[in-house]
Structure formats: structure tokens, C-alpha cells
Design a protein around this ligand. Sequence first.
Ligand SMILES: C[S@@+](CC[C@H](N)C(=O)[O-])C[C@H]1O[C@@H](n2cnc3c(N)ncnc32)[C@H](O)[C@@H]1O
Length: 192
Amino acid sequence: MITDYRTKVLFLLFVLFVIFLGTFGTLITIPVLLLVIVVLSTFATTFYGSGWTPSSRQSIERILKEIRPKKGDIIYDLGSGDGRFVIAAAKQTNAKIIGLEIDFFKWLMSSLAIKIKGLGNAKIIRKNFFTYNFHDADIIFIYLPQPTVDRLQERLKKLRKGTLIVTNKIKCKSLKLTKELKPEKIYIYSTK
Ligand SMILES: C[S@@+](CC[C@H](N)C(=O)[O-])C[C@H]1O[C@@H](n2cnc3c(N)ncnc32)[C@H](O)[C@@H]1O
């Protein structure tokens, strides 16, 4: 008798897989299975802090023009998605750009894109930003839902003096706003 909840779900999925395989054959079952895994993995990130809504190219360009990172600066994108901010920042600056992304497929695709483009100053780490230590950051970019930003605020406040925190659309209520970029709704904060 299976008592563990996760084992029960896995067992049920295995039974469904065998029935599907018997009915439709490998040619249909394998692609469908892969699709289900990718979709489930993408939606699962909502429970970790956010689903996937990418920043617009226009917002990214505006941010990079405004913050002008220096050579050697360390920039983090908390929840880097398809890596578009990381890639744009790595192309346009001499800073070191690190994306933290929990979803395996987004981590894989964005890491491959960085390799193919030969961007030596960028990398994506497959980690949860709630547990990863980003204390060495000079700049942090965030495009996440309000409750997730609220949860991060205490850690953001404790970053070293002068760290820039750039948020897309969402405000950090407990940090002092330095600048707002309109109409994109980009908010720039600096720690005291
Ligand atoms: C709204 S998207 C933003 C993507 C990217 N920063 C951009 O601006 O285009 C948020 C991303 O955070 C990822 N994510 C959600 N919770 C996370 C967590 N706890 N740790 C790391 N990544 C997470 C999601 O998988 C998703 O790709």
C-alpha cells in the first residue's frame, strides 16, 4: 500500500503513461509527455514566486541606458526567465551578469543562448532566489509580482550601501525611491 503523497502521484502518472503508450504508441506518447513536462515545469514556478512574463525590449533598453553599469559590476536578475535581460546587459556592458532561474527549461535554453552568443560575462544559475546569497550584487534587477517583491524586501534592504535595485512595474514599498522612469514604470532604488 502506497502512503506517501508524491509516490502516489508518480505511480498514477506512470499508470497513465503506460495506458497512453498502449493506446497511441511511442511516436505520439513521447512528444506529448515532453510537452506536459515543459508546461508543468513552467507553471510550477508560480508556487516558487512567479510565473513567466518577460520584460519588454523597450524597458530593458531604457534600464541599461539609465543605470550605465561599470566594468566589473555584478548584476543579478532575480528570476531571469528566457535570459533576455541578462543577454542584453552582457552584450551592452562590461559588467558580470548573473541570472537566477528556478525553471529547468528556461535555465537550459537561456544558458544555451549565452553559450551560442559567446557571452563570457554572463551566466544563468539554476537556483531559488529566496535561498541564494546575492550579497555581492552592485545592481539587482527584478520583474516579479508584488507579493514576491514584498517577501524579498528585508534582504534587499540589508545589501551593501549603494546597491542599486531596479524594479520593473512593481514598487519596493520599504526602500527609498531614487528615480522613476516613465512611461515604462521602472523604479530605481539605492540602499543606504
Ligand atoms: C516575470 S518572469 C521575469 C523574467 C525576466 N526577469 C524578465 O524580466 O524578462 C519571472 C521568472 O522568475 C522565475 N522564478 C519564479 N520564482 C523563482 C524563484 N524562487 N527562484 C528563481 N526563479 C524564479 C520564473 O520561472 C520566471 O522565469
